[in-house]
Design a protein around this ligand. Sequence first.
Ligand code: 2PG
Ligand code: MG
Length: 430
Amino acid sequence: MSSLITSVRGRRVWDSRGRPTVETEITLADGKTGRAIAPAGASTGSAEAVDRRDGGAAFGGYDVQGALAAVNGEIADVLAGREVCDQAALDAALVALDGTPNKARLGGNAIVATSMAIAHAAAAAQGLPLWRYLGAGREDYFLPLPEVQIFGGGAHAGRRVDVQDFMVIAVGAADYAQALEWTAEVYRCAGLLMNEAGLLAGVADEGGWWPAFGSNEAALDFLLRAIERAGYTPGQDVAISLDIAATDFGRKGEYTLARDGRRIDSEGLAEMLLGWLARYPIVAIEDPLAEDDAAGLRKFTAAAGDRVEVVADDFICTNAGRIASAAAQGACNTALIKPNQAGTLSETRAALEAARAAGWHSIVSARSGESEDVTIVHLAVGWGAKQLKVGSFARSERMAKWNEGLRLAEALGQGGGRLAPRQSFPWGRK
Ligand code: 2PG
Ligand code: MG
């Protein structure tokens, strides 16, 4: 059955930081529609697709009129009359039309919103929910294990602490709903503890408690206590994961830990983090060294990669080629998968496949600037990704996604909340 695109409309909407962003809406000949909103990162990798922003005075230079003009002009012209269900061909047409290596001409924001809207419209054309359309041919659907931020730091919290995300993973939960229940209790207890200590200062960009801590380690101690206060066994029921986001405070093997008042080299940072791995029940650690520190990432992976997920974000930027090369050199063992880093859904899918081919784990991830858009939850379920990271357990741009997971679990029916098979999670352990 053919479903032809009749119109493509770019519309300015607003993201969770109150900044302009791009929404694309696609209408088909039969009147069905699909739409999606581009997210935006704050701690971006240098190899990711770049958003097109107008600059100038309005909205701090973040306006997206140029990107919207691209959607309403060139992109609409190229897509008009095309078959919506051929995602690969349409994505290839968008990439060719842009013509730059990082999607700077049309804008990564224009392209990713459009690519995701194409998938939504195609699913509507086939009368399928998005996850089922994306999972074409798959039978064994499961829910991804949530990775949820409890304290926000780094670029998301005025650099109050250097580490960007202090997260938990309910590794012992029986199903997706229980993973959320346990996370809710830990989040609540973390707030209680901060309140009791006189440290409660609101929430950071992704909804995690704003860490008014004296050191990075103090945040880890609070997190451990929050897990215990909630009644769970750290490591067994609920484990810790961290996004160090080291690219934000390190260059050329030199790292500045502003909160701890220290400058250290690559080995020093690795040593500090390995110490944390020894003392805290940490199962995943993202961007432990900066994107330009491949040697450091290799050494760190050699030292810890058999015990924990060493997650590559800035280092690979959701790029299949970069994942293959990182895997070949033994740098990291888990891919963070963000559609707007790649720019199109086809390239995002290719990155996920590259991670699988390398024997890596993968985590589908949101950005710090988000919206009510829940596309990534459908991607994770449809494509069978085993983990999902969408920030904290507060603020509706985050809860919209966790809650969508509950709906998908229900739609899957009996046993639908079944979590991803975890025989090899944490990394290398039963
Ligand atoms: C990250 C993301 C999400 P940002 O570093 O993994 O936490 O942050 O979207 O700011 O790059
Ligand atoms: Mg990251």
